[in-house]
Design a binder for this molecule. Structure first.
Ligand SMILES: Nc1ncnc2c1ncn2[C@@H]1O[C@H](COP(=O)(O)OP(=O)(O)OP(=O)(O)O)[C@@H](O)[C@H]1O
Ligand SMILES: [Mg+2]
Length: 358
């Protein structure tokens, strides 16, 4: 991801405000805002109930629970839930990630040093190397790994027992996980985007923790522009707080929140400058499409990846844009969002088969 903005410094980059990925130095403030128990968690009712049951049952059996996979888009609470799982089990937590595990040996070192019942959080599990993945299969199933010593014909596999542990894997790309790995998780929690009501509660909770006075109405204003994502809600809250402190009396009121978010070019629906530029190019320049994503990216002066990963998912989710085999297409809602009338012969209206995902 290219777009990162920090908490204290440069506030001029509008786009990073609505990126769902964490900025490089957001981890401290995020840690402070994380709910610590299932009861404290806001939203994700289904996952919370399911997981609550899994943990309760394991506790009553006095054994580590099944391995847990947490799947969902960035910023919805996967890391938060992993920490909650360890806390609810009163178990120690070890944190690592797919990219950190280059060799099977890296994983063997971690696994063999786990304490009984420890929770191993493996973030971005889809980015683990193949050999490590195969070692993980065995560890998950049999609590055993084969450590290969030596090379070539003389190599020997030394079996190594590992204490029962619980793996919590997190991924934004569940589809990229090989079947055998997915099958070894006893429980998969699919995190969903949050409703405005839930984000509203999250904003008010965060405001309290950060000691930011905010009116209920202003909290709702922030929530409704947060693209269903707690990370974005918390980030917008911090920007709005800055604005209230510098340009107003320190209290976040609706007017202050609106002025701040307008300044950062995040509109009522959570669309930002790039989102609007994409819709604008799509409708005004390309007649609503279909147009290739690379062409669209050039038209808005951005990298293809930025358009594809930052702007598009939300535009698709909001029903403004469709990804079709022939290219990107504006929906009638996109035209209306720009204050334009959808053309009668818009590509969108022609053939339903256009909207099959490529
Ligand atoms: N249900 C929730 N209630 C309150 N705050 C939440 C909730 N879920 C997430 N948050 C907040 O949102 C921020 C991001 O959450 P988290 O880091 O868990 O997301 P993630 O799914 O791990 O994202 P990534 O895919 O980027 O790793 C955290 O600061 C956390 O405090
Ligand atoms: Mg995370």
């Amino acid at each position: 991801m290219t777009s990162h903005v920090d908490d204290g410094g440069d506030h001029s980059v509008g786009r990073s405000l609505i990126a769902a990925e964490a900025a490089a130095d957001e981890s401290t403030v995020e840690a402070a805002l994380r709910p610590r128990t299932l009861a404290e968690l806001i939203g994700q009712g289904r996952v919370r109930d399911q997981l609550g049951l899994v943990l309760e049952a394991a506790r009553s059996r006095g054994r580590p629970p099944d391995h847990v996979l947490l799947a969902g888009p960035p910023g919805l609470g996967k890391t938060t839930l992993a920490m909650i799982i360890a806390a609810e089990l009163s178990a120690p937590l070890r944190v690592t990630s797919g990219p950190a595990i280059q060799h099977a040996g890296d994983l063997a070192a971690i696994l063999s040093s786990l304490a009984e019942g420890e929770v191993l959080f493996l973030d971005e599990i889809h980015r683990m190397s193949r050999p490590a993945e195969e070692m993980l299969y065995m560890a998950m199933e049999d609590f055993r790994v084969d450590v290969v010593v030596g090379k070539g014909p003389g190599a020997t596999a030394i079996p190594l027992e590992i204490p029962p542990f619980t793996l919590v894997g997190a991924t934004t790309r569940a589809g990229l996980l090989p079947g055998p790995l997915r099958d070894r998780f006893g429980f998969t929690g699919h995190l969903e985007y949050y409703e405005v009501d839930e984000l509203d509660e999250i904003v008010r909770r965060s405001a309290q923790l950060l000691d930011v006075p905010i009116t209920d109405h202003a909290a709702r204003e922030v929530a409704s522009r947060s693209r269903g994502t707690p990370r974005i809600a918390n980030r917008l809250l911090r920007r709005v707080r800055d604005y209230a402190q510098v340009r107003a009396d320190g209290v976040v009121r609706t007017k202050t929140a609106q002025a701040a978010l307008d300044l950062y070019e995040v509109d009522e629906e959570g669309l930002d400058r790039l989102d609007r530029a994409v819709l604008d190019a799509l409708c005004r320049r390309f007649g609503g499409g279909p147009v290739g994503v690379s062409t669209l990216a050039v038209a808005v002066g951005e990298e293809r990846e930025t358009v594809e990963e930052v702007a598009e998912p939300f535009l698709v989710r909001r029903g403004y844009l469709a990804r079709t085999p022939r290219g990107r297409v504006a929906t009638p809602a996109a035209w209306r969002q720009l204050g334009l009338a959808p053309p009668a012969d818009a590509a969108f209206g022609q053939s339903p088969s256009l909207f099959d995902d490529p």
